[in-house]
Each structure stands twice: as C-alpha cells, then as structure tokens.
Design a protein around this ligand. Structure first.
Ligand code: AMP
Ligand code: MN
Ligand code: MN
Ligand code: MN
Length: 277
C-alpha cells in the first residue's frame, strides 16, 4: 500500500493545487492520502471535489500551529467533523491572523532598508491570501534580495531575527481538546523537531492520541525511539512526507501500512465500531 498522511497544497504553503496533488497521488498509485494544510481545511474540501476522477481514499486532515510554553508545536488532526463550528472557527482565526503578521514582517524588512513591496509578496501567497514565511522568502529571492531559501532564513526570516514576528497560535491543550470535541484524532507532528522529547509526555497527558513516528526525515534511530513511546502509551503511529513542493520528489516515500490500520482502528473505536480496516 502507498500511504502519505502529511501533504500541503497551495491553500497553505505548498506549491500544488489540491487537484494536482490528487492527480499525482492517483497516477503514482497512492491508496491513502491526507491533505494536512496549516490551519485550514479548505484545500482538503477542494480536493474532495476531484475524488470521482481520482478515486483514492482521502482522509480529512489539518496541521494546527499551537503553542506550548513558547515553543511552536504542530498538531495534526484527522477524521474530525468538518462541520464542527467551534473547530472550524478556531482554524479560521489562526489562518486569518497570518495576513497582518506577514504585513508586519514586510514592514520590518522595509525599515531595515529592504525595499520589498507588499504587492510582490501577495503574488506568492497561497489561495485565500494564506501567507507564511516561505512566501516572503520566495518574494525576496524573486526580487533579487537573496539567492537561496537558506540565505533568506539565515539573514532575515529566522526566529531570532529582529524582523521576525511570531504567529498567532493557540495553546496545545486547547487544540487537542477541540480536536477531541470535533470527534477527531490528534497526532503530534514531526516529534523529531520538538525541543525536548519529554514534551511528548505532557502532550499525552493532554489527551493526544498519536505520534507521527514515520516522518519522512526521521532517522532510523528516531523512528525506533518514537515507536517505543507510541507502543508504551497506547498511541497510534502515523507517517507522512510533509510535501510542500511542485514535484513528487519523494515518489517512493510511503508510510508503513500500520499507520492506516491504527488510524482507522482508532477512528472506528471512537464510533463504537470494531477496529478492523
Ligand atoms: P511560518 O509558519 O510563516 O512561521 O513559516 C514556517 C515555515 O517556514 C516552515 O514550515 C518552513 O517551511 C519554513 N522555514 C522555517 N525556518 C526555515 C529555515 N531555516 N529554512 C527554510 N525554511 C524554513
Ligand atoms: Mn509548511
Ligand atoms: Mn509542521
Ligand atoms: Mn507540515
């Protein structure tokens, strides 16, 4: 089975449209995918329109920007109720706040003497004017202020830079709670990027139900370590590529079958059904 439970579209900071993602996944024989844009399910909803054409199984997903003790923690949610008002409203608030924050970053750049125009940044924004640092980075490169993404972040956009403006984020515990109330399954994204693995136990106490053990860039050692934590704490294991690009460079990437088995079993058990796929 080919599985990828972590993909971004141009409704957040990915380059491809939801239709294009579905088409590529279908052509490359993926059976289960999830579109997990940052703080928005609009790309996922758009992708659903093309399922008749590309009939693979699309699992509802989103990657939420949360805050735990001032660190940036990404929580994935799967199988939530798409019509849960409180959940959707929470996402909308995070998504919409990016616009003003990006404007502030550009204004800070201008004050430093970098003459980047807001209109030039907007050209690179995603659908519904979703703007993140990667869009500002592209605009800086296209307008000749920097050569590579790495140099843009090293010089201007890193978290410690004087021009950096933090995102509006909600508390991790609040996100986990809202996911739960919307009937969804919460999963700690790319745990290898956490400042400290012991944070996982804090998240487990909050009611997190899974760990993204099989993140494409985790090492074999990290995978073993997170597998163990998942097994010891009755957490499901998920996996994905975190694809943001324009081609399926990771074409051979697939999360192991156990991801879909455990995700579906958890989903079924929440609905009081038996947990077989
Ligand atoms: P934002 O959500 O607007 O703060 O942007 C975060 C995104 O910027 C991340 O998801 C990465 O795609 C990108 N990013 C952050 N730091 C770096 C870095 N040092 N080099 C390249 N991309 C980065
Ligand atoms: Mn991203
Ligand atoms: Mn992330
Ligand atoms: Mn991601």
């Amino acid at each position: 089975m080919k599985i990828d439970l972590h993909l971004h579209t141009n409704f957040s900071d990915g380059k491809l449209s939801p239709e294009k993602i579905l088409k590529l996944a279908w052509e490359n024989h993926y059976e289960y995918i999830s579109i997990t844009d940052h703080d928005s399910i609009l790309g996922y909803l758009e992708a659903k329109k093309y399922l008749a054409k590309y009939p693979l199984e699309l699992i509802s997903g989103v990657e939420i920007s949360t805050n735990y003790q001032s660190s940036d923690v990404h929580i994935l949610a799967y199988y939530f109720d798409e019509n849960n008002d409180e959940f959707i409203e929470m996402l909308r608030k995070i998504y919409d706040s990016r616009y003003g924050r990006a404007k502030q970053i550009v204004s800070n750049l201008n004050q430093m003497g970098i003459d980047l125009k807001w209109e030039d940044v907007l050209k690179y924004a995603g659908q519904h004017k979703y703007i993140g640092r990667p869009h500002i980075a592209r605009a800086l490169i296209e307008n000749g202020f920097c050569k590579t993404i790495k140099s843009v972040f090293d010089r201007y956009l890193n978290n410690d830079s004087p021009i950096y403006v933090p995102k509006y984020r909600i508390d991790t515990a609040y996100a986990v709670d809202l996911i739960q109330k919307a009937g969804g399954i919460s999963v700690v994204a790319h745990p290898g990027r956490l400042e400290d693995d012991s944070l996982l136990y804090e998240f487990i106490d909050m009611g997190v139900e899974g760990i993204e053990v099989y993140y494409a860039s985790h090492s074999t050692g990290q995978i073993k370590f997170y597998e163990q934590i998942a097994l010891e704490n009755n957490l499901i294991r998920t996996g994905g590529s975190d694809f943001h690009g324009s081609d399926f460079y990771y074409l051979n990437y697939t999360a192991p079958d156990v991801c879909i088995k455990e995700l579906k079993a958890r989903h079924a058990s929440k609905r009081g059904l038996n947990g077989t796929v």
